[in-house]
Write a protein that binds this ligand. Structure first.
Ligand code: NAD
Ligand code: TYD
Length: 357
């Protein structure tokens, strides 16, 4: 692993992964290919090493010629494919973009890898890896008491987002099976931590609470997610790139499965502690109309990754949430830039106005 192409590296998890990677291996060369959609920002990449080790290419994963040229010219041996449309609520408002980016984009990435790595034989097979980043949402939803998902469970995606990711997983697997492309896949649960775009539950709640705005909890707030601190996800990916087997998929999860309302209440407790004075942040909680087709419960069994590579999450939920709140408090400049350069205001209007009625 010398020359790594990261797609979507200006987004939440991709940027955290690039920071993590340079902290582990200052000697690697990283090319970050990102289209800078509303979700991507170069603000997320401040503080990276000198240009020699890191370069940013603004471009689309659907541009096959660009991807092939990058693979050849930068002698890429490892692709870590994060780029995607990632928000379930947006997929409900506009599914087509999700199929375009997540399904077609992944197909074009795989096709470029097949052309340059396999057809042109740029590098020996054992030197290359295509790592596809996916989600636990491909598995659907669990009833109370159901066991956590293992890698063997059948796919049953419920939202357009989950369906597009499921499709991309199948295509990635098929490229491994049919063409012998060394593909590995991770299905990970909900991430949280620094640099997450404030359309997702945790940063939305933190920033709304700091501004004294309502905290919109969908439905009864009893939906369950398996929360993982983003740095733990980055470590899992890194270990799989180093020691994981091609042709395998690995589940990654946090082992933290509180209801959404518990998460929001914990954030309010933390904010009451860190920002005392005035009314408690708990007063801002507001129940709003539920998400259509809302999955009730997710839980990941990550024992394969633990058994084979010795990985387990390092952050418990309380400490992870505390670190996350502190990060948002300590980075008001980031928050301001994200507000300026994204469509967040329009999105809030679109997603929440009707819901609150
Ligand atoms: P994000 O929305 O924060 O970032 C996505 C990035 O991809 C952005 O920088 C965006 O500009 C870029 N991008 C979008 N379309 C592109 C295109 N056509 N060409 C090039 N770049 C493009 O997403 P995230 O939360 O960091 O998620 C990253 C990956 O991890 C996704 O594949 C997602 O499905 C997966 N995942 C996310 C979570 C989570 O909780 N956030 C959990 C499990 C898996
Ligand atoms: P989200 O962060 O959008 O991630 P995902 O849909 O991929 O799990 O949402 C996490 C949970 O929080 C999900 O059950 C929906 C819920 N939620 C709210 O209750 N209110 C909100 O404003 C948002 C954005 C999410």
């Amino acid at each position: 692993m010398k020359n790594i192409l990261v797609t979507g590296g200006a987004g939440f998890i991709g940027s955290n992964f690039i920071h993590y990677l340079f902290a582990q291996e200052p000697g690697v060369q990283v090319v970050n290919l990102d289209a800078l959609t509303y979700a991507g920002s170069e603000e997320n990449l401040r503080g990276l090493p000198a240009a020699a080790a890191y370069s940013f290419v603004r471009g689309d994963i659907l541009d096959g010629n660009l991807v092939s040229a990058l693979l050849r010219e930068r002698k890429i041996d490892t692709i870590v494919h994060f780029a995607a449309e990632s928000h379930v609520d947006r997929s409900i408002h506009g599914p087509a973009q999700f199929v375009q980016t997540n399904v077609m984009g992944t197909l074009f990435m795989l096709e470029a890898a097949r052309q340059v790595w396999l057809n042109e034989k740029m590098l020996p097979l054992e030197a290359i890896r295509f790592h596809h980043i996916s989600t636990d949402e491909v598995f659907g939803t669990l009833a109370p008491g159901d066991p956590a998902w293992t890698e063997e469970i059948a796919y049953a995606p419920n939202s357009p987002y989950a369906a597009s990711k499921a499709s991309s997983d199948h295509i990635a697997r098929a490229y491994g099976h049919t063409y012998g492309l060394p593909v590995s896949i991770t299905n990970c649960s909900n991430n949280y931590g620094p640099r997450q775009f404030p359309e997702k539950l945790i940063p939305l709640m933190i920033l709304n609470a700091l501004e004294g705005k309502p905290l919109p909890v969908y439905g009864d707030g009893q939906q369950i997610r398996d929360w993982l601190y983003v740095e733990d996800h980055c470590e899992a990916i890194y270990r799989i790139l180093k020691e994981g087997r091609a042709g395998e998929t690995y589940n990654v999860g946090g082992g933290n499965q509180p209801a959404n309302l518990t998460i929001v209440r914990t954030l309010c407790d933390i904010l009451d502690e860190l920002q005392p004075g005035g009314e408690s942040h708990h007063q801002l909680i507001k129940f709003v109309a539920d998400r259509p087709g809302h999955d009730r419960r997710y839980a990941m069994d990550y024992s394969k990754l633990q058994r084979e590579l010795g990985w387990a999450p390092r952050h418990d939920l309380r400490n992870g949430l505390l670190a996350t709140v502190r990060w948002y408090l300590d980075n008001p400049g980031w928050v301001e830039k994200i507000h300026q350069h994204s469509d967040l205001q329009q999105w809030v209007q679109k997603n929440y106005t009707e819901r609150e009625k």
